[in-house]
Ligand binder design. Structure first.
Ligand code: BGC
Length: 495
């Protein structure tokens, strides 16, 4: 047990309120970030295996070639989360393990299919609900080399074929599926190095992001259509990212518009077509010409609208939004403005008082401050804007400041992760109120992350884990941090 000082005891947080029956308290991971074993058992390379080899691309020059070796240690990892009382694990399947060459007309790798079959079975035996994401940013490298990956319409059929293969293999053992993790963040990367080395004709750094958004949406709709036609049991959607914010200067009309622009570019871009209109947000159509943002056909819209059974969001924080200093219309009319095409600013401190919205995370994740006080209004907004019968809170988490520079000898300081503990406890308390007081139908919450892992460009230096991983040790031991115990306590006392 951890000491009772420093942070509120989990059992004392809203002790009279409980989470609804059947609620999933889960943890998260993603294939590239935890598996390692990148050249094992037939796996092909992904675009991130290439990216991590570009000098300077990963801040600390680490790759995810070994990382947590979860590919081989999954049985131990499942046992460790089961011991905490966690009852869900949201993880992703690596496309390049199933199709090393990615394409529909290329061979399927049976070892990859067998691997995830056992991963899923291991979860079920431990009473942990496996929640499966088909794509967490790791496009098979071959598809980028053949035709430019998500910058090309060729991706659509290859993704649908991959999705069908995985649905068929695990039908009946997985209930909750996501097609894509945070497509907005993914497509924003596609326009930049090193992913831009293989653009197909007509694609450039300006239109790549929006062509990606278009093809990815069509791939999503196609996969969901197949899911339904194949009578796969269960439910399917995708994972949104980001927040619905507040105007920085409360009654300033430009800042109010900036909030709408932020929402349109970050959430509406994928969720309006799927949940409400079958079309892009008007703000996007007004800002981006059809050569940059392809328009949907009637058929596209029909396929997209309703292609999700629930709403899911990775909501780490909520901020204020402001108009660019030059004004929104000056920015919108000038495509060389550095803020174009979004033309909004995110502000992390209060206009009236100058205080931060909340405590800062590690400097390697400058986008992250803890903002539990805005969780309830944010969830009300998600539910109002993109109504769905249920919501999964699919990711939330925090980097303990400077944990990445500590040595294994400082383990006792690493495990005392009070900032992360407070983050989880305050967020879970507010989420409880959101469900019980505001009536928002949240049915599961998943903590990012199951353990320290390869945090994309920050490599091993930004630590999101509720378990520490000793990367200096050949056996990569995991150690629970305080936050893991606090989550465990919270779950036991609120279910
Ligand atoms: C992603 C994770 C990532 C986490 C923290 C989410 O955007 O889905 O892969 O590690 O946030 O940055």
């Amino acid at each position: 047990m951890f000491p009772s000082f420093f942070a509120v005891a989990p059992k004392d947080i809203l002790p009279d309120l409980k989470y609804p029956e059947g609620f999933i308290f889960g943890v998260d991971s993603a294939a590239y970030q935890v598996e390692g074993a990148v050249m094992e058992e037939g796996k092909g390379p992904s675009i991130w295996d290439l990216a991590s080899r570009q000098p300077g691309f990963i801040t600390d020059n680490t790759t995810a070639d070994v990382v947590d070796l979860h590919y081989y240690l999954y049985k131990e990892d499942v046992a460790r989360i089961a011991a905490l009382g966690v009852n869900g694990h949201s993880f992703s399947v690596s496309w390049a393990r199933i199709f090393p060459f990615g394409a529909a007309d290329s061979p399927v790798n049976q070892a990859g299919l067998d691997h995830y079959a056992d991963v899923i079975a291991t979860h079920l035996e431990a009473n942990i609900t496996p929640v499966v994401t088909l794509f967490h940013w790791d496009t098979p490298l071959a598809l980028n080399l053949y035709y430019g990956g998500f910058a090309s319409p060729n991706i659509i059929d290859d993704f649908i074929h991959y999705a069908k293969t995985v649905f068929t293999a695990y039908n009946g053992s997985v209930h909750t599926w996501y097609t894509f993790n945070e497509p907005q963040v993914f497509c924003a990367q596609v326009g930049g190095a090193p992913f831009n080395a293989t653009f197909p004709p007509g694609i450039d750094s300006t239109n790549a992001q929006f062509h990606c958004s278009y093809y990815l949406l069509k791939a999503h709709a196609g996969a969901v259509k197949a899911f339904r036609e194949m009578n796969i049991t269960g439910e399917i959607a995708f994972k949104n990212s980001d927040y619905v914010g507040m105007p920085w200067r409360a009654n300033n009309t430009e800042d109010i518009e900036a909030v709408e622009r932020t929402v349109a570019f970050n959430i509406g871009v994928f969720s309006d077509p799927i949940y409400t209109t079958g079309d892009w947000p008007q703000i996007l159509k007004d800002t981006l010409s059809p050569d940059i943002l392809p328009r949907f056909t009637e058929e596209d819209s029909k396929d997209l609208l309703g292609s999700a059974d629930f709403f899911a969001i990775d909501a780490y924080r909520t901020y204020w939004n402001a108009a660019p200093p030059e004004g929104i219309s000056a920015c919108v009319n000038n495509s060389s403005d550095p803020l174009w095409p979004g033309c909004f600013v995110e502000v992390m401190f209060d206009f009236n008082t100058g205080w931060a919205s909340g405590p800062a995370a590690d400097p390697l994740t400058p986008w992250l401050q803890a903002t539990p006080q805005f969780l309830r209004p944010s969830f009300k907004q998600y539910h109002q804007r993109w109504p769905a019968p249920k919501i999964y809170y699919s990711e939330f988490g925090f980097t303990e400041p400077f944990a990445g520079v500590r040595t294994p000898q400082e383990l006792f300081q690493i495990t005392e992760d009070v900032e992360r503990t407070t983050y989880f406890m305050t967020y879970l308390g507010e989420l409880l109120l959101s469900i019980q007081e505001d009536g928002i139908p949240v049915v599961g919450a998943f903590a990012w992350a199951i353990m320290d892992n390869a945090e994309w460009n920050s490599g091993l230096s930004a630590r999101f884990g509720i378990q520490y991983v000793n990367y200096s040790s050949p056996t990569l031991e995991r150690t629970y941090k305080r936050s893991a115990f606090a989550l465990s306590d919270f779950f036991q006392t609120h279910l």
